[in-house]
Design a protein around this ligand. Sequence first.
Ligand code: CO8
Length: 303
Amino acid sequence: MANVLRNSAKFGFSGVLSQLSIHSRHGRECVSPCFSLQQRNNSTSTKIKVDLDSSTGVAVLRMQSPPVNSLSLDFLTEFCINLEKLEMDRSCRGLIITSTLSKVFSAGLDIMEMYGKSPERCGEFWKAVQEMWLKLYGSNMATIAAVNGSSPAGGCLMSIGCDYRIMADNPRYSIGLNETQLGIVAPFWFKDTLVNTVGNRAAELSLELGLLYSAPDALKIGLVDQLVPEDQVLSTAQDTMSKWLAVPDHARQITKSMMRKPTIDKLLSNREADITNFVSFITKDSIQKSLRMYLEMLKSRKA
Ligand code: CO8
């Protein structure tokens, strides 16, 4: 059953990853045929840096794509490749996701990927967003988000895709699914992940109003699990991870699958329709206009 979870996140994987795929000695697909031991332990790409400590079995994935770690197609592709590598590496049991940027964990989906792009490109982008969530939410690893800055929209999705969230105790940092504030609608699997995290009522309020919660408010509704001083976010994540890894892997993985598989299967069986919906929605003139106004607002806030 543990493999069900692993495989459910893997099926349908396409594009760059499938071109890199080979079969591993375990009979599962793995990426990058020329993946050396050194690369497996520590990989650095442009937007993401991964350090795997083989003595603890814990990898730290650092997002390092200024100015705000927005989730572009390139970023998502790198993210998925790194996740796939770690997933296939039997020495890796836990994953901590954090940011190297000050003040920002991730600003969510790169709005420029949704503005003024062709339907084909939008479809490709959305497939990558789906893939990121499928891989993370369905990961066999224990996953902790070390949220050391603001984490709106897709950044929040990434956080709630993990098993546990530790956030910097800073009221200036916010987290939430604020899509309606941009005039767009969070798809059903964003909604399902939020409901699974904070319950139906809090999710309803949060989604309809597009609420961004300050770190203390996020703790109150259970959107994050713990607040710690900013300089202790990563060390607390590492300490917490050792508790998660004290649970036998197979028991934790089967339990995780039991909790998450219905949500994952719902997207897997509606994946193409979800892409079609996204493309027809996002390319509408009225939605493009909302995005343009939101981008202008972001720029003017700076001025
Ligand atoms: N995409 C692209 N560019 C962005 C984004 C983004 N998500 N966020 C910020 N930027 C840009 C800004 O425009 C600015 O650009 P420039 O330097 O050229 O003026 C630069 O990044 C720096 O931004 P700030 O000055 O605002 O940086 P701060 O450190 O002051 O603030 C924040 C950081 C808090 C992250 C802030 O930038 C912010 O709130 N960003 C917007 C976040 C947001 O609303 N994201 C939503 C994205 S949509 C999404 O993730 C889910 C969509 C689901 C689609 C469903 C449709 C069916």
